[in-house]
Ligand binder design. Structure first.
Ligand code: UFG
Length: 343
């Protein structure tokens, strides 16, 4: 058994896939999750896929006392991967305080508890949203960060600023912040995947729920953007590729190969697809037509986002290996087979 790793939000979408990758590579995983947006059945699924049941601690990271207590219990952990956060853009616009409170207090409490227990490595879940509406494609990590159009996005930008100040003040701590583009897809087993609560905000779960008859039709938010077909372009990335990138980042921290105390990497494929291309690709993979209608733009959407993947390739030694068909096929299998069984 290799080192013990604390994974906050390990029952969530990206967290659960990363936990499986870590277990496959013999890490001992401790999941901390408040189950506010996930199900305890995920632990059974992780066990059934990997053969190992990770330790589980149901903790609300907004409480420093609770965070400190669980970190003290697991002070032999070598690193933390901090996924736990609220992530619904629209909800964050309705309820900004909930987002600032949850996403920022939990980060501050994790950092303080790491410091008190000498757990010196952290991987942080950031987002391409920190680039705002970037002027140059592909987006490189040195592109300026901008105020996001949503409180959710702003919590990620502020979190990165907190990490910068914290790592500048602390020579022992090293942090890798991973800026995700658009994660989609599901585990090949069909047992875990994205499980949005209520009406999905994001394109892929909306497409699969529409095809499954849960939603009547997909609304395409605008076809008058300055792109090839007028609909916005995004860099969709398979969640299992993302999970593998976390493993690479972890190994880099544990090997002490990081060249600065805070490193930032884009996680994308470098390929952009429009909303209409995604619909066509889904129809081809699933063999069924999708009911959709063009409507007005969604406020805050930007025309085009796709990653420069050079830094992750050269430094993390990671690049995405799964293509769009793999992503869509696995999302569709997940939607059809098993999501309905989760409570
Ligand atoms: N879209 C639709 N109809 C829908 C849902 C989405 O047309 O019902 C379109 C959007 O307008 C956008 C594209 O599909 O053009 C992708 O939208 P998503 O909501 O799936 O993804 P976003 O790029 O808007 O947001 C994602 C993450 C955020 C993150 C952001 C950063 O979900 O967490 O990327 O780039 F902040």
């Amino acid at each position: 058994m290799k080192d013990k790793i604390i994974v906050t939000g390990g029952c969530g979408y990206i967290g659960s896939h990363t936990v499986i990758t870590l277990i496959h590579h013999n890490y001992e995983v401790v999941i901390i999750d408040d189950l506010s947006n996930s199900s305890p059945q995920i632990l059974d699924r992780i066990e059934s896929i990997s053969g190992v049941r990770p330790h589980f601690e149901q903790v609300d990271l907004k409480s420093f006392e609770a965070t400190q207590a669980v970190f003290k219990t697991h002070k032999d952990a070598k690193a933390v991967i901090h996924f736990a956060a609220h992530k619904a853009v629209a909800e964050s616009i309705q309820n900004p305080l909930m987002y600032y409170q949850n996403n920022l207090f939990s980060l501050l409490n994790v950092l303080k508890a790491q410091q008190e227990n000498s757990i010196n490595h952290l991987i942080f879940s950031s987002s391409a949203t920190v680039y705002g509406n970037p002027s140059k494609m592909p987006i490189t990590e040195d592109a300026p960060t901008q105020r996001s159009s949503s409180p959710y996005g702003n919590t990620k930008k502020i979190a990165e600023e907190i990490l910068e100040d914290f790592t500048n003040s602390q020579s022992e701590i090293s942090v890798i912040s991973l800026r995700y583009f658009n994660p989609i897809g599901a585990h090949a087993s069909g047992q875990i995947g994205e499980f949005p609560s209520g009406i999905p905000n994001n394109l892929m779960p909306y497409i699969t729920q529409t095809a499954a008859g849960i939603r009547e039709k997909l609304m395409v938010f605008g076809n008058d953007y300055p792109t090839k077909d007028g609909t916005p372009i995004r860099d969709y990335i398979h969640v299992v590729d993302l999970a593998e990138a976390h493993l690479k980042a972890l190994e880099r921290l544990l090997d002490a190969s990081a060249t600065s105390s805070l490193e930032v990497f884009n996680l994308g494929t470098g390929n952009g697809f429009s909303v209409l291309e995604m619909i066509k690709a889904f129809e081809a993979v699933s063999g069924r037509p999708l009911n959709y209608e063009i409507t007005d733009r969604r406020p805050g959407d930007v025309p085009e986002m796709f990653a420069s993947t050079t830094l992750a390739k050269n430094v993390l030694k990671w690049e995405a290996s799964r293509n769009l068909k793999d992503m869509i096929q696995s999302s569709w299998t997940w939607e059809q087979n098993l999501r309905s069984e989760l409570k």
